[in-house]
Design a protein around this ligand. Structure first.
Ligand SMILES: *Cc1c(COP(=O)(O)O)cnc(C)c1O
Length: 314
């Protein structure tokens, strides 16, 4: 496993340019007032799949030899990685199998099938789904949602857009599950905006990436968050190696703080975020003194809120 480089992010931007327009980054005066800081929201919720991960999926497929595409891919996911790979496979005519845990949201299963992927529901959680996907690795190319360099290079393009549009940011806050997004942010910030601190955030109910970073080694932890995009029970080697080199801080927030931030995005920034897409703002709202008067970007990584999540915002 070779970690991606900044040049890989630049190459990914070229690959993606004909398929994905740059996403907007907006500020909202009401949100600035609520946060006591100058907040830039990077809107990955407007991607065609509703989440930033599609940047990684398309970059991966673009880089595969035609015969590997024809053979097909298998992966495992709670939702947005599934949609990303399914969408990219459809764009490149590659057969796609996705294993989701039996608890996956109805909306995400439907969306993934909508891109033409075969969806298998197996396992009580990600670890169970991973096992079932690995059993298909003889037949298809197995894609790890965390330890795949092309995915990190692809999602890093979001930070290239952000830091080129807003070169004077003091910090960018990135929600973490497997860590690919934050790893891409570290790569890009080091190259184009070394003064900008990359701050990761995870749910305290699923702290595997946080604890891995603190331990300097990949560890397993209980995985109890209700926030799907952040729900992982282990650290991933490749993103952790980049986080170790580039991350300024790693914070934890509660699921309740994430829900509150989802509400603030809805009421102060007319944005429907799924929980994971509001976690970065949750970290800012949780520590107002740390961010007071600063210019900080929060990445709204996704908008695929389930019906029950939307109902809980009321
Ligand atoms: C996957 C996901 C995350 C976490 O990203 P990683 O690259 O796995 O750390 C955050 N937000 C959303 C909406 C996601 O789908």
């Amino acid at each position: 496993m070779r970690p991606p480089t900044f040049d890989d992010v630049l190459a990914a931007r070229d690959l993606l340019s004909s398929r994905l327009p740059a996403t907007p980054q907006w500020s909202y005066p009401a949100l600035d007032e609520a946060a006591g800081a100058s907040v830039v929201v990077k809107h990955e919720n407007v991607q065609p799949t509703g989440a930033f991960k599609v940047r990684g999926g398309l970059t991966l497929l673009a880089g595969l030899a035609p015969e590997r595409r024809r053979r097909g891919l298998v992966t495992y996911s709670t939702g947005n990685h599934a949609q990303s790979i399914a969408y990219a496979c459809a764009e490149y005519d590659a057969p796609c199998t996705v294993v989701m845990p039996e608890t996956a949201s109805e909306e995400k299963v439907r969306a993934t099938r909508g891109y033409g992927a075969r969806v298998l529901l197996s396992g009580a959680d990600m670890a169970g789904a991973q096992k079932a996907a690995e059993a298909l690795a003889d037949e298809f190319l197995l894609v790890s949602p965390g330890d795949t360099a092309a995915l990190m290079a692809g999602v890093g393009t979001a930070y290239l857009e952000l830091l080129e549009a807003c070169p004077d940011l003091d910090a960018v806050v990135v929600p973490v599950g497997s860590g690919t997004g934050a790893a891409g942010a570290c790569l890009v910030a080091a190259a184009v905006a070394p003064h900008c601190r990359v701050i990761a955030v995870q749910s305290a109910s699923s702290p595997a990436a946080h604890d891995s970073w603190r331990a300097g080694d990949t560890v397993e932890r209980p995985n109890r968050t209700a926030v799907e995009g952040l729900a992982t029970g282990r650290g991933f080697t490749l993103p952790q190696s980049l986080l170790r080199a580039g991350l300024a801080e790693f914070r934890l927030v509660s699921d309740e703080q994430i829900r509150a931030a989802q509400r603030v995005l809805a009421t102060h920034a007319h944005t429907l975020a799924e929980g994971a897409g509001a976690a970065a703002l949750a970290a800012v709202l949780a520590a107002p003194d740390d961010f007071a008067g600063r210019r900080v970007a929060v990445v709204c990584t996704g908008g695929n809120a389930s019906r029950s999540e939307i109902a809980a915002l009321a």
